[in-house]
Design a protein around this ligand. Structure first.
Ligand code: 5GP
Ligand code: 5GP
Length: 228
């Protein structure tokens, strides 16, 4: 069969299209969905600032949804042309204030935190989720993974008491179905505290998966769950 110039051009365009789809669809392996316990953030920083909307609920808050590689590395700041555009998520802001509150100082409305998370992490999953989908995905994951009820149902309460790392891990695994990564911090008295919980999510941003790799725990054997 003779190929004329036109069909060769079409074949080339087709190959180019497939190649770019391949490039776009392979820029990370999974997400870490990270939630923080506000009491531990405030204890470790020795101070924290409540957002302009007031003291957040005594609940885990979203820290971020972070694209990651299976070898433990991760991409960051992937698209210098993409800024956080509040108008794309204007109807989600109320929910984000509740579920993704900022505790950094000085007190602010959260836009700085969400901008940072979008620019550093969200821009690295743009092949899967646009800005609106990225924030929607994080909110939906928080609703699917209620860490506080997982823990309190197992008798693990934010009451300044100490609990075993395995107890915390098992309670979350029991309720959510997947083994979490637990990150601790150390307060000024030297107590190891429950700071962040990592769950792994597939590249669609919708479903939890077993973690290909758990983050380093840095927890003592006995972990404080501080009041907030
Ligand atoms: P730290 O050094 O306090 O553990 O982390 C500082 C920041 O680096 C985090 O807030 C997050 O933006 C990024 N980071 C730390 N560890 C990981 C990781 O395992 N995966 C990804 N994707 N980002 C991380
Ligand atoms: P990372 O790069 O560690 O994902 O994001 C942490 C950045 O977000 C830091 O610059 C920190 O000051 C800012 N930030 C604002 N609010 C919060 C908060 O409530 N928790 C944490 N961990 N970082 C916050």
């Amino acid at each position: 069969m003779k190929l004329n110039l036109c069909s060769i051009t079409i074949i080339n365009l087709f190959l180019l299209l497939n190649f770019s789809v391949l490039c776009l669809s392979q820029d990370f392996d999974f997400f870490y969905f990270v939630q923080q316990w506000p009491g531990s953030y405030c204890d470790t920083k020795q101070h924290c600032c409540y957002p302009k909307t007031g003291k957040p609920a005594a609940d885990f808050g979203i820290h971020g949804l972070w694209p990651n590689y299976n070898d433990g590395g991760y991409p960051s700041n992937c698209d210098p042309d993409s800024r956080f555009d509040k108008s794309e998520v204007s109807d989600l802001i109320r929910t984000m204030e509740k579920e993704w509150p900022t505790l950094s100082c000085p007190s602010n409305d959260g836009i700085k935190f969400w901008t940072h998370e979008w620019v550093k992490h969200g821009t690295c999953s743009e092949s899967e989720l646009d800005q609106r989908q990225y924030f929607e995905a994080a909110i939906a994951l928080k609703r699917k993974a209620n860490l506080l009820s997982a823990l309190t149902n197992a008798g693990i309460e934010p009451n300044d008491e100490f609990y075993k790392l395995e107890e915390i891990r098992d309670a979350i695994k029991e309720a959510i179905g997947y083994t979490p990564g637990i990150e601790c911090n150390v307060d000024s008295l030297g107590n190891s505290q429950l700071y962040q919980v990592y769950l792994c999510v597939d590249t669609s941003g919708a479903d939890f998966i077993e973690c290909p790799l758990l983050p380093r725990a840095r927890c003592g054997s006995s972990i404080q769950f501080p009041k907030f």
